[in-house]
Design a protein around this ligand. Structure first.
Ligand code: NCD
Length: 306
């Protein structure tokens, strides 16, 4: 069944996630790695509504829409009536009155995309580009795609996600994608204060010691400390954090040979990852960015029914 919105990966089954990843691969091939435009969404209009900063996600949604032949409008929050006190509901209905086909939304509040789905009146598709610490479904998909390109059989893989899991919507979407696709083992590592409750992440192994968590894994996904979502009391000392949870060459040597090093970005060099690892031969960080465009092309084509 075709998706009309994409809010989270939590309710998508393995076939649906695999179909979206296959579709992203086709977008890559058919668009000649993004150099040829596909006219699947000619005449459609996609609006980017980003209430939080973004470099990769916003740009790649824009490129994805343009490469499918759609029109794109980037809503400028700083100059909008949001600053004059307009509610989200009034903003939504105002934008809908201008006949949009899809709204890509990022918001600091968990649940905003879902709220928009419930209140939209025009049949517009809503795509979540990250809500609070809840979900970032296209990041989950592009991370799974990047892993699958290197390891077609996910059932053999051990994966560690390390860092500020508690505040990370990326971690939540990665967990949904990777467990649904059946990875062999998924370890979550971080200081205890930044780990979720075990009941929130069934099937995952929680580990506080990064040296143990990285032992023999095929993929390590590093996360940024989400200071903007953190109570001051949770803020770790950055030097101590790097010592315990930073990925450097010594730690990476404990992983399986050729272990993929991933990070959703933006990276904080020297806080969660050493520059020589971020820029090293095992780093897949820029491949993730490139895959982001194909995944977003697949998602827009899916929700807009082409
Ligand atoms: C992430 C986000 O905004 O959730 N960035 C991204 O979309 N690639 C992760 C982060 O901000 O640390």
């Amino acid at each position: 069944m075709r998706l009309h919105h994409l809010i989270s990966l939590a309710n998508l089954d393995r076939d649906c996630i695999s179909r979206l990843l296959d579709r992203a691969e086709h977008m890559r091939v058919d668009s000649h790695h993004g150099t040829r435009r596909l006219d699947l969404l000619t005449g459609r209009t996609v609006l980017n509504l980003f209430f939080e900063p973004s470099t990769r996600t916003r740009t790649s949604f824009e490129l994805a829409a343009l490469r499918l032949g759609a029109n794109v409008v980037n809503f400028d929050i700083a100059r909008s009536s949001t600053n004059k006190g307009e509610t989200l509901l009034d903003t939504l209905h105002t934008l809908e009155a201008m006949h949009l086909d899809a709204i890509v939304v990022r918001h600091r509040e968990t649940g905003t995309p879902e709220f928009m789905v419930r209140h939209a009146m025009s049949g517009v598709s809503i795509v979540n580009a990250g809500d609070g610490n809840h979900a970032h479904p296209t990041q989950g998909l592009l991370d799974a795609l990047t892993i699958r390109q290197h390891h077609p059989d996910l059932a053999t893989l051990k994966v560690t996600i390390c860092g500020d899991i508690l505040h990370s919507r990326v971690a939540r979407s990665d967990i949904h994608a990777l467990t649904t696709l059946g990875v062999r083992e998924l370890r979550l590592c971080g200081p205890q204060s930044l780990l979720p409750a075990p009941t929130e992440v069934p099937g995952c192994i929680l580990v506080e010691d990064f040296d143990a968590a990285i032992e023999n894994v095929d993929v390590v996904i590093m996360l940024r400390l989400q200071k903007e979502r953190m109570a001051a009391t949770l803020l770790p000392d950055e030097a101590a954090y790097f010592e315990h949870f930073g990925l450097d060459t010594r730690r990476l040597s404990r992983a399986a040979p050729g272990c993929l090093v991933m990070h959703p970005g933006p990276i904080n060099r020297g806080i969660e990852i050493a520059p020589e690892v971020a820029d090293g031969a095992q780093s897949r960080i820029l491949e993730q960015v490139g895959n982001g465009v194909f995944v977003r092309m697949a998602v827009l084509a899916e929700v807009l029914g082409r």
